[in-house]
Design a protein. Sequence first.
Length: 608
Amino acid sequence: MTGTFLDGVRTLARGIREEPRPFRTALVGSVVYGVGNAVSGFLVGRVTTDVVVPALDGSGTVGPRDVWLAGATLTAVTVVLVGGVLLRRIFGGAFTFALQARYRRALARRYLDLPLAWHHAHPAGRLLATAGSDVEAMWQATMVLPFALGTAILIVFAGIAMAAADPVLAAVGLLVVPALVIANVVYQRRMSPLVVAVQQLRGEVSSTAHESFEGALVVKTLGLADEEVSRFRVDAERLRDANVAAGRTRGAFDPLIEALPSLGTLLVLVVGTVRVASGHTGVGDLVQVAYLLGLLAFPVRSFGWLLADLPRTVAGDARVQAVLREDATTPWGTQPVAAGGPLGVATNGLSYRHPAPALDPLTDDGREHPAPQPVLSDVTLDVTAGTTVAVVGGTGAGKSTLAGLLVRLVDPSTGDVLLDGVDVRRLAEGQIAGAASLVPQSTFVFDDTIRGNIALGLEVSDDEVWRALELAQADGFVRSLPSGLDELVGERGSTLSGGQRQRLALARALVRHPRLLVLDDATSALDPAVERAVLDGLERSGTGTTVVVVAYRPATIALADEVVHLDHGRVVDRGPADEVAARDEGYRDLVTAYARAAADRAAEEGAA
């Protein structure tokens, strides 16, 4: 419990240092609230002694002026209290939301900076939950922090005012403070593991939901909706049970914490009545003490809220800091890419293995996942600038991994990737993106216009966009759209066919005039004639582009100057397509599989 409390305090202190201005203003409002309440209690006691009691028992002369003056004084104090509450709430909220925005921006920046290999090891749903619910939980306590600090000031000033009125009644009333401290400590100790469990399960629910939504097409086509709902229901029910457990604990302690100040007020009234009857204190002093103690009933609960939120602060901070402190950065050098012409590409002893899945920082028990098997092993290539090379291999051969390594989406486990003889790790940041483009096999289209999806922030003219569309053989269908380049394509390009999305992705790469173009099976949804037109257009354009294409179909391979056959992460053979086919039986089986299957079907139909 002590560790959680201190960790939570350190996190809150860091938040104050990072956003001091709204916190200071909120704290001023809270101080005004605390001192103002203490002053109002003192004034209520004085008004009772000097105005109310004399007016009721006729022991003094109380005129309208006295009544109006007392009312005006109390009203003025109330106005000041309202101002304090407004300052506390407005700037307390600003303090909380400024911190949440700051850390969400920091996470977004970090997510984009971290290499793709790191993302492969972390479920996307958990990362979304970290940027959402974990950041919210991390700073939830700051919403009540100024209130709790103002309440501490209220207790001090109220205690002084009560002691000035009647030390005995003050001592009786303030007995409630240690009782509240004990109750809050026990409360926080019980809540801490429950809140950590809730935070963990929120991440799991988010991860399951994200996976289900991302796989909606598979779920629907296979009729697995019921199974997917059942899988989600299990996680959702576990989260519900954890929230219910936390709610039960809160429900058990909240009434107790709320009742203690009321019990203290009742005890003060009982003891105070005896003291008034015996003449040891006055009615005004009793009213002052009882009123001040009653004022503490609601504010003192802020300590409970603060302590209850500290475990969430610690749990959220653990996940957020696990990302922000991640050292899996992509180091960059200072060298530029050589100027002019297509880029030559070479790899030397290239090997790569995917990272093991990452553990949740809230539940990390020291386990380690076994390292995955290598995807690529000792791959050495030399692609001449300006040529087209087809990479061919069976499923799982490492073709997509090689494509990502060539444009440095990931770094190799061992070996080097060279662009025009320069190790990609020595190039300055932005140099590869400015000279090379990758069109992946999974095409992503943004919910934007055709123009927006192609330019993606690049300052290009419409003429350049149309030229890229022509090279990608996409200008025809774009011209037929009602709004042309301004046509909205829907989320993930829902209004377009698979082939149209692939051609938009090709145009997006081509508008940047890449000197190296890597096509990771990026023309699989195109018919052979369109595919040939795309590659022939690149050759005729004179843009000076080296093309590396992951290919399956003989029509695509026939367009390449050279073929590289990958099998189980190793280069088995390379050379002109006809030479490799003549000497490599595995390659020959791959590229003739479709033709052989078609011939077998034709023979079966003829025999029938």
